[in-house]
Design a binder for this molecule. Structure first.
Ligand SMILES: [Zn+2]
Length: 422
């Protein structure tokens, strides 16, 4: 059977292929075009031959009356293979006026004219690329023209479902107090929190990012991200919930990483009290750079030398020497330079316990230079902060939620639940 079909296809392409002079790229394109055309025909036939939601001449209605079958109503759908028409059974209740198209619910079709397969492909591209680029890529890959506006709407629809699910899970926990099941039991679990701003139509808004990571038994780092535009309290709960799934309550040791910002301290106290709090190295060193630039100018050798000398002391745990040294230097300066020194001195003094990098390193802790800096750039920046990007609140939240679903390897799970039809 298979061989016979291939024989016939080969016969169909015989003349066209002869003229291509062995150009494999062109041969592939011809075959691809043919497969797409057959795919479209086959899909259309399969759909024409199905009941498409027909469940007899009537079905019970919630109003205790019954919904009557009216007719099969056609809907044009853009699929992976092109436009097709689906004739879905349409029911209507004369008593309460409700109507129902059962096929749309079970098939995963939403209100858009896009099939789940094509929607999923577009979303997969749009978690990394702008909607415009995703539109160009889907056309380049499978020859389907899907406008950037359509992709944006689909991403918003699916991403908002992700956010709703997260909110629901939090609500479920808060009402039942049943802890989410842990998917892994790491020996040492890291939880890092940070914030970054995203340009939205009215102004810049802070997006909070959490990274939960650990080493698996083969010493490979596993990361799970949490990203929300919520206030810190709601974000804290989501971070905690995700950390629970990564073994927060089972792990032998917890390390919490973040800068000394007030909201980060509060969420640490609220949810991660037993964790060792470390001011991540990335943020700590940024404070030294800020001060150095103020003293010696941006990009100068003097700044670099001053920063690296002081960071060396910090790295090796010479806290007293570092503070004495800074306090001595401060006397030389006035105005904004002295202010910069005061800020740095205050920062170190109030975070001394969380900046004992010599102690943390001796214990083998990751002090979070890469993970914390990387999360904001990799998770948020790369997609939401490309030049010229301005977002609506719904757009930024949904796109971020979808991107994180992809990065966290929860993609298949999401699409199994038919998010277009939700
Ligand atoms: Zn009814």
């Amino acid at each position: 059977m298979y061989e016979e079909i291939l024989d016939q296809m080969q016969e169909l392409l015989k003349d066209e292929i002869k003229n291509l002079g062995g150009d494999l790229d062109k041969v592939e394109q011809v075959v691809m075009k043919m497969m797409m055309s057959f795919g479209k025909g086959l899909l259309q036939r399969l759909l024409d031959s199905g009941p498409n939601g027909y469940k007899g001449s009537s079905m019970p209605c919630e109003c205790d009356g019954s919904k009557k079958f009216v007719q099969h109503r056609p809907k044009d759908i853009h699929s992976l293979f092109g436009w097709i028409t689906i004739k879905r059974a349409y029911y209507h209740c004369p008593d309460c006026g409700q109507s129902l198209v059962p096929y749309d619910l079970v098939s995963g079709l939403g209100s858009e004219q896009i099939s789940p397969g094509l929607a999923r492909a577009c979303c997969m591209l749009a978690v990394d690329d702008s909607f415009e680029l995703a539109s160009r890529k889907i056309e380049g890959l499978i020859g389907q023209k899907v406008s950037d506006n359509t992709i944006e709407r689909v991403v918003q629809q699916v991403g908002s479902i992700v956010l709703q699910q997260q909110d629901q899970q939090l609500e479920d926990f808060l009402s039942s107090r049943e802890f989410p099941e842990s998917e892994v039991v790491p020996q040492r679990l890291y939880v890092a929190a940070d914030g970054t701003t995203v340009h939205e139509t009215d102004s810049w808004h802070e997006c909070k990012i959490g990274t939960i990571y650990f080493e698996d038994e083969r010493k490979r780092r596993k990361s799970c991200y949490v990203g929300r535009f919520d206030n810190s309290k709601v974000f804290g709960w989501h971070l905690w919930l995700s950390a629970c799934r990564c073994g927060l309550r089972q792990a032998d040791e917890i390390v919490f990483l973040g800068d000394g910002a007030g909201w980060i301290r509060t969420e640490h106290r609220r949810h991660f009290g037993r964790a060792t709090f470390i001011i991540d190295w990335f943020h700590a060193s940024e404070h030294f750079w800020d001060c150095g630039k103020m003293l010696f100018g941006e990009g100068t050798k003097a700044t670099e030398k001053w920063v690296s000398e002081h960071l060396d002391l910090l790295w090796d745990g010479w806290m007293k020497k570092l503070l004495d040294d800074l306090k001595e230097q401060r006397k030389k300066y006035r105005g904004s330079k002295r202010e910069a020194m005061d800020t740095l001195i205050r920062y170190i003094s109030s975070n001394e316990e969380q900046m004992r990098y010599d102690v943390f390193r001796a214990k083998g802790y990751d002090i979070g230079s890469g993970a914390v800096e990387g999360a904001c750039k990799h998770v948020v920046g790369k997609r939401l902060k490309q030049s010229g990007m301005v977002w609506s609140r719904a757009g930024s939240s949904a796109t971020l939620a979808l991107r994180i679903t992809w990065l966290n390897n929860k993609w298949e799970q999401l699409w199994k639940n038919k998010p277009l039809a939700a």
